[in-house]
Every structure is written in structure tokens, then in C-alpha cells.
Design a protein around this ligand. Structure first.
Ligand SMILES: *Cc1c(COP(=O)(O)O)cnc(C)c1O
Length: 361
């Protein structure tokens, strides 16, 4: 059996851990570990699935045109430069598979999203990490980390798990400073939560080396359905379409995503509630001595005095049925990432942290 071995890199992949959703012995669990929309998807999306269910014996369309047109219309984009995937994770995978292999480097930030490293290793490439500046993407550090082997540079903006972001001038400076064989990938999983931010779409249109990824998993509340998309220069779209499975998305997925993106009032309300409760949650925790950077996403990164304290708070919250995310694997052992829930959910977090403090005093 010694001859039966996987491709190089694959055994270096640490399995992705999804947010925990159960606590032994607790019924009333509040899951705030995966940045899901606490209100769920638009009712129109659920109805669209019900309406499409009679056709599941039919193969889906392969070009995703109705979904691409809906996305293009809502965002003012060119449908020919959109590609749809099984979550934006699949777009990340397409990029790594198509553009990086053994001997190539895939650059990401210090506290960057875990899938960049996983997809790079799966493609046989070498993941490389650039330092951040106080939990913020550092363009100079990324440029300094580039070599003639760098093929892809991933940044999430806003980033997960830090919640921070950099501005348009910095993004353009990064795109312009990359070596000529490298693609800048702007992961916009949380772009919908930021006022006046296009996720990098205009930069994609103005450059030949920029790709944007987006998802229906966060603001649109469809994490369980698995739909994401990318926006890229036409030559890069043509490359990705060659490795995309023809039937990667079902009609149910596409129908629900179309209905979700067309229900603007649901999206606007979810975004406004998130913004309001994010500020409230951050202020209440700060008053309890738990600071966080200003977040632009649907979670906050709460900082504790030590890794031991973060672990103890996590255990205490869990005992009360509140599940948040430990982020030691992201190089942030003294932090907890807490999804902004609904009113009652945010109150439960604050009460949990307050009672932890009271237990100590
Ligand atoms: C949640 C998330 C994604 C989205 O993943 P999907 O595959 O679309 O569900 C992508 N990037 C980041 C940074 C995320 O946090």
C-alpha cells in the first residue's frame, strides 16, 4: 500500500471545522458560530424552492443565465463576467485549481479565511501568509511577500474573522503592485453589509488581474443552500468555466438565489438590523471590559485578556447554550468571534458575558 499516496500537499490539509451547532444537555441552543442570518432567507426564496420542486427529475441548466442576469441587474454588472458556484468556496477552489500548482505560491493574510490555505494545498500549491497590522490587512506586507512564484493573492474585505476592511485606494494599490503573473482575489462574502461598497466590482472592470467573490450564505441567509458567485475579467471566466462541473448548481439553488436577490426589502431590513445590533453588542461588551475592532460585517471579534479567559468565556457561554466561535486556529487565541444575532440573541450574549464576570467577582 505504500505506493498508494495522494498528491503532494493533500495530507497537509487540516480538516475545515464548521461552527458547532449542538451542546450536550442543552435544548435551547443559540448558534452564533457561523455568521448566519438570524432571520433566515427571504420568504420568497423558500417559496421559489417549493415552486421548483416538481421539476427535480430534470437536469438543471448549465449556464446559470437567469441567475447571472438577476445578479447583474441588481448590482449593475455584466452577466458575461459572472460565474456561479457551490458557495463562493467553489469559486476559490476554481481559482486555485486553474492558476496554482506545485511550486506556485498562494498568498493570504495572517488572519485570513481558512479556505484559501485549504484550496491552495488541494491544488498542490504552497500557501504563504503575510502579516497584518493590528488585525487589519497590510498592503505593504502583502506586496513585500510577493515573489515570482506568487499566482494568487486572497484578501477578504471585510475580513473574517477580524471584521475589519481596507479602502478602495488600498485595494487599487495592491492590484497595481502585484507581479504580472498574479491575480488579486477580493472575497466579498461580507460586502453586502458595508454601505456604499461594491465589493471590488469596479476594480474588476478596470483591471485584468482582479477577481471578486460573493455569496448568498451571509446577508441572504442561504448558507445551507450553497450558492456563491464570482466576477472576473472574461478570460478568467473562460478558464474557470472549463473546470466547472456542468451541473454544479441545481434548479432549486438557482431559483432560491434569484428570489433572494430580487427581494431588496428583505435584504435592506436584515442589513439595517445587523448594523444596529452590531453597534449595541460591541458597546455592551466594551462596557464589560471586552473590546473589539469596529466591525463592518455580521459578527464582532471580541478580545479578552488572554487565551485562557477566551476559553473560559466560551465554556461559560456554551453552558448557557450560546455557541460562539473560537478563533485560535486563525492566530487569535485570545479572541472569540460572535455572530450578530437578533435582539434576543445579542442580549443573551451580553448576559452570558456579564454573568461570567459576576462569577469571578
Ligand atoms: C462565509 C465566507 C465565505 C462564504 O462561503 P460560502 O461557500 O459562499 O458559503 C467566503 N469567504 C469568507 C471570508 C467567509 O467568511
Amino acid at each position: 500500500m505504500a505506493q498508494i499516496t495522494p498528491q503532494p500537499g493533500i495530507m497537509e490539509i487540516a480538516l475545515y471545522e464548521g461552527g458547532q451547532s449542538h451542546v450536550e444537555g442543552v435544548n435551547d441552543v443559540l448558534k452564533l458560530s457561523s455568521n448566519e442570518n438570524p432571520y433566515g432567507p427571504s420568504p420568497d426564496a423558500k417559496q421559489a424552492i417549493a415552486d421548483a420542486i416538481g421539476q427535480i427529475h430534470r437536469y438543471p441548466n448549465t449556464d446559470h443565465l437567469p441567475l447571472r442576469e438577476a445578479i447583474a441587474e441588481v448590482h449593475g454588472l455584466d452577466p458575461d463576467r459572472i460565474i456561479c458556484g457551490v458557495g463562493s468556496d467553489e469559486i476559490i477552489q476554481f481559482l486555485c485549481q486553474a492558476y496554482a500548482g506545485p511550486g506556485d505560491e498562494v498568498l493570504h493574510t495572517e488572519h485570513g479565511f481558512a479556505m484559501y490555505r485549504i484550496s491552495a494545498l488541494a491544488a498542490g500549491a504552497t500557501p504563504v501568509e503575510a502579516p497584518e497590522r493590528e488585525r487589519v490587512t497590510d498592503v505593504d506586507a502583502l506586496l513585500a511577500a510577493c515573489t515570482e512564484r506568487t499566482r494568487l493573492v486572497f484578501i477578504a474585505n471585510p475580513n473574517n474573522p477580524t471584521g475589519t476592511m481596507i479602502g478602495g485606494n488600498e485595494l487599487a494599490r495592491l492590484a497595481d503592485g502585484l507581479p504580472e503573473q498574479a491575480i488579486l482575489v477580493l472575497d466579498g462574502a461580507y460586502a453586502e453589509f458595508v454601505d456604499g461598497y461594491d465589493g471590488g466590482a469596479a476594480l474588476v472592470e478596470a483591471r485584468e488581474n482582479v477577481v471578486m467573490t460573493r455569496t448568498f450564505s451571509k446577508l441572504y441567509g442561504l448558507g445551507g443552500l450553497r450558492v456563491g458567485w464570482g466576477y472576473a475579467p472574461k478570460p478568467i471566466i473562460d478558464v474557470m468555466n472549463r473546470i466547472r462541473m456542468p451541473f454544479n448548481l441545481s434548479e432549486l439553488q438557482m431559483a432560491a438565489a434569484i428570489a433572494a436577490i430580487r427581494d431588496r426589502s428583505w435584504a435592506v431590513r436584515c442589513k439595517a438590523e445587523n448594523a444596529r445590533l452590531r453597534v449595541w453588542l460591541a458597546e455592551e461588551l466594551a462596557a464589560l471590559g471586552v473590546p473589539s475592532d469596529t466591525s463592518l460585517a455580521n459578527f464582532i471579534l471580541a478580545r479578552f485578556a488572554s487565551a485562557a479567559e477566551a476559553e473560559a468565556v466560551d465554556a461559560h457561554l456554551k453552558s448557557r447554550g450560546v455557541i460562539v466561535r473560537r478563533v485560535a486556529g486563525y492566530g487569535l487565541p485570545h479572541c472569540l468571534r460572535i455572530t450578530v444575532g437578533d435582539d434576543a440573541g445579542c442580549r443573551r450574549v451580553v448576559e452570558g458575558v456579564r454573568s461570567f464576570r459576576e462569577c469571578l467577582s
